[in-house]
Design a protein around this ligand. Structure first.
Ligand SMILES: [Fe+2]
Length: 227
């Protein structure tokens, strides 16, 4: 890929009609699993609950029939890794997570898929979806951030425990939620040229595996170099 020898992947997100790519088989399963186990041991306790339920007013204050309005709803656990003094950032730094998510090779990889250069100074976040955790339909559009207003790139690395039955990413193409890919594959990389309408289905555990069912997402956000 880095040598430009993967024609279906290199420049895939340069296609104006294509905003999402899922790449399996890019990371050795055993390494991904070791990383997940390390995160579970070292980071799980440092995450915070992120819970934005659907506001009841969206039903009970509605005045017109079928005039639905749905703000972003989400439930998972997360650490935003912005504050260098925070315990989560320090643990992430020590584990090599910050270096992984801002490494030259990851940026080069993302640039290859995107077909344009990125500002290497990205942002990092870590998320953990347990049973029933999800994110509702949203765009991740940030028009108030000038450099991101015309688009930016997210790279997600999924690390999935063996207790997970399924979780899907659904996204819109030509204005309809027609596209659905499994994100319950450990070591799977997903790249988003945002903004894009998408949602993540509630994580389902295998029978009697609820306690051990989790999907970790390591997230790198990058602005375009020329934005
Ligand atoms: Fe999103």
């Amino acid at each position: 890929m880095l040598a430009g020898n993967a024609p279906r992947i290199c420049g895939a997100l340069a296609d104006p009609k294509r905003r999402f790519v899922a790449l399996g088989g890019m990371i050795a399963i055993a390494k991904a699993e070791r990383l997940r186990i390390t995160l579970e041991r070292e980071m799980a306790a440092l995450l915070n609950d992120l819970s934005q339920p659907i506001p009841p007013e969206t039903i009970w204050e509605m005045k017109r029939n079928y005039d639905d309005w749905l703000p972003k709803s989400v439930r998972c656990r997360t650490a935003y890794l912005e504050n260098r003094r925070g315990a989560a950032w320090r643990a992430a730094k020590q584990l090599g997570l910050i270096d992984l998510l801002s490494s030259q090779s990851l940026v080069a990889f993302a640039e290859t898929v995107l077909g344009r250069t990125l500002d290497p100074k990205g942002g990092q976040q870590v998320l953990r979806y347990g049973p029933g955790d999800y994110s509702g339909p949203h765009t991740d559009h940030t028009p108030e951030i000038k450099r991101a207003a015309k688009g930016y790139l997210d790279v997600h690395l999924s690390l999935v425990s063996p207790g997970v039955a399924h979780q899907y990413l659904v996204y819109a193409k030509s204005g309809h939620f027609t596209e659905m890919v499994s994100v319950a594959e450990t070591g799977c990389l997903t790249l988003y040229r945002l903004p894009l309408w998408h949602y993540t289905t509630p994580l389902q555990a295998k029978r009697k595996q609820e306690r051990n069912a989790a999907r970790w997402v390591l997230l790198g956000t990058f602005l375009f170099a020329d934005s």
